[in-house]
Design a protein around this ligand. Structure first.
Ligand code: ADE
Ligand code: ZN
Length: 326
């Protein structure tokens, strides 16, 4: 079996995917046309050429601008279904996807347009591919606590269809502690919690995510590797890390795929998983991420199996559903 077919055939879950980050340039033009929204690019090639980032903020500026073409429930449905089509082709059986409601509500798009559109895409993916999914509401951490609380209250009519809250956007200067009370309120509603931590921020932010936000999963977590006590704690507790190799390289958090620490994470006993983050912006979907690390790092097929199994172990699926995938 060649490596490509082996990777595609691995049953896997994707646990770190921003649905707005799956907006391909072709789709950006299509949505811009049908919604009559002006975009600052003349061609798909010009869009792709603009995707040259030196850090997280650089990317976020372009990513938030791109999301402006998303206006209707149909846009969100089509966006989600297009992602699920690609994920299914990559052997993804289950996906837990992030969405950033504030990016849309701040432009005057009602929360319900976003939520109903995404939920319609999720239902269509299950009917079409048997691919199951869950929704994770992310708070933008560059905005304040009050705005996050407002977003959580806007989400109330949909709360039984949302599995978790997350924390994303500009990490440096916006530590998890800023959202301690919002996460406590979400926990009281029965929601699971995840947070981006240690992508650009220091190990202290990872400690805060664990101790103040009580996260069930850590998004990225790369900089935990700077702190041996933290590594031991994450390994001992079986904390899942949703690692995004191509993202780390595109955002210059890792110099190149050949020095990515994914194999070191596994050797240290960390429950690492492989994910695409913002595939339309970072040059690949989950299969591309697996192929990149399989070629760039010293991982054998057993390691790839471990990474794929970890994605189910770290998912929010009930134990009996996890068991059917292992
Ligand atoms: N929003 C979308 N992708 C992100 C990332 N990699 N880090 C933080 N916020 C994000
Ligand atoms: Zn992310």
């Amino acid at each position: 079996l060649d490596l490509d077919a082996f990777i595609t055939g691995l049953p896997k879950a994707e646990l770190h995917l921003h649905i707005e980050g799956s907006l391909e340039p072709e789709q950006m033009f299509e949505f811009a046309r049908r919604n009559q929204v002006a975009i600052p690019y003349a061609s798909v090639e010009e869009v792709r050429a603009a995707y040259d980032f030196s850090n997280l903020q650089d990317f976020l500026d372009i990513y938030y601008a791109g999301a402006d073409v998303l206006r209707t429930e149909e846009d969100f449905r089509d966006l989600a279904l297009a992602y699920f089509d690609r994920a299914a082709a990559d052997g993804v059986l289950h996906a837990e996807i992030f969405f950033d409601p504030q990016t849309h509500t701040h432009r005057g798009i009602p929360f319900g347009v976003v939520a109903n559109g995404l939920l319609a895409g999720m239902a269509a993916a299950e009917a079409k591919h048997g691919l199951t999914s869950k929704l994770i509401l992310c708070f933008l951490r560059h905005l304040d606590e009050e705005d996050a609380f407002k977003t959580l209250s806007q989400a109330q009519p949909w709360i039984d269809r949302i599995d978790a809250v997350g924390l994303d956007s500009s990490e440096l200067g916006h530590p998890p502690s800023k959202f301690e009370r919002v996460f406590a309120a979400a926990a009281a509603m029965g929601l699971k919690r995840v947070a981006h931590a240690g992508e650009e921020g220091p190990p202290e932010y990872v400690y805060e995510a664990l101790e103040l936000l009580h996260v069930d999963r850590l998004d990225h977590g790369n900089r935990s590797l700077e702190d041996p006590a933290l590594i031991a704690r994450l390994a001992r507790s079986g904390m899942t890390l949703t690692v995004c190799p191509l993202s780390n390289v595109k955002l210059c958090n890792v110099a190149s795929i050949d020095v990515h620490p994914i194999d070191r994470m596994l050797r240290l006993g960390l429950r690492a998983t492989v994910n695409s983050d913002d595939p339309a912006y970072f040059g690949g979907y989950v299969g591309d991420n697996f192929r990149a690390i399989a070629q760039g790092r010293t991982l054998d097929r057993d390691d790839l199996v471990t990474l794929a199994r970890n994605s189910f172990l770290g998912s929010f699926l009930p134990d009996n559903a996890v068991a059917t995938h292992l």
